[in-house]
Design a protein around this ligand. Structure first.
Ligand code: IMP
Ligand code: MG
Length: 174
């Protein structure tokens, strides 16, 4: 079965949107240091591009989480594969994700990290698929709202492939 990728947002469109978000975040965090938390692996491409467009001081940390099997999925429990290196106490935390889909991963992470005593905690996602939401998640900065299609590129994978595409696309089969 042949596979190809239809472009949903070009490299230029993604770059432009990330610049806009960087400007907005810089304004909102004026006088503060923003502590970016990248949710690996998908969030890494967006995080580095966003960090370059933020003009207030930035610090970074990384974590990796994976969902438990489908039997426990409804509980929204995720496994922390790699935890943060630094404490969050009194920091202005901004979680950086590639996509919010069902919202299970993020609602769990926001609660878990919120319990560590940050001064504030917000969420940015490059992509949001609100049609698929099963858990309420408040997104503070959204790149693009997209329909219920499986997207790849800019950190997002299909079976670990396509993360390196510099644009957002949809995998199609014929
Ligand atoms: P959640 O359903 O909101 O918890 O999203 C969990 C994870 O599923 C995301 O962080 C992505 O890694 C993955 N995911 C959801 N939708 C897509 C997609 O369209 N393409 C690639 N990965 C996706
Ligand atoms: Mg992910």
């Amino acid at each position: 079965m042949a596979e190809r990728v239809r472009v949903m947002f070009t490299e230029e469109e993604v770059d432009k949107r990330i610049r806009e978000l960087g400007e907005q975040i810089s304004k909102d965090y004026a006088g503060k240091t923003v502590h970016l938390i990248c949710v690996l692996k998908g969030g890494s491409f967006y995080m580095t591009e966003l960090a370059k467009r933020i003009t207030v001081p930035v610090t970074l940390d990384f974590m990796s989480a994976s969902s438990y099997g489908s039997s426990t999925k409804s509980s929204g429990v995720v496994k922390i594969v790699k935890d943060l290196d630094e404490p969050l106490k009194d920091k202005d935390v901004l979680i950086v994700e590639d996509i919010v889909d069902s919202g299970r991963t993020l609602s769990y992470l926001m609660k878990m990290l919120g319990d560590r005593g940050p001064a504030s905690i917000k969420l940015t996602t490059l992509l949001d698929k609100p049609d698929r939401r099963v858990t309420d998640v408040k997104v503070d900065y959204t790149g693009f709202v997209i329909p219920d299609e499986f997207v790849v590129g800019y950190g997002l994978d299909y079976d670990q492939r396509y993360r390196n595409l510099p644009y957002i696309g949809v995998v199609e089969f014929d």
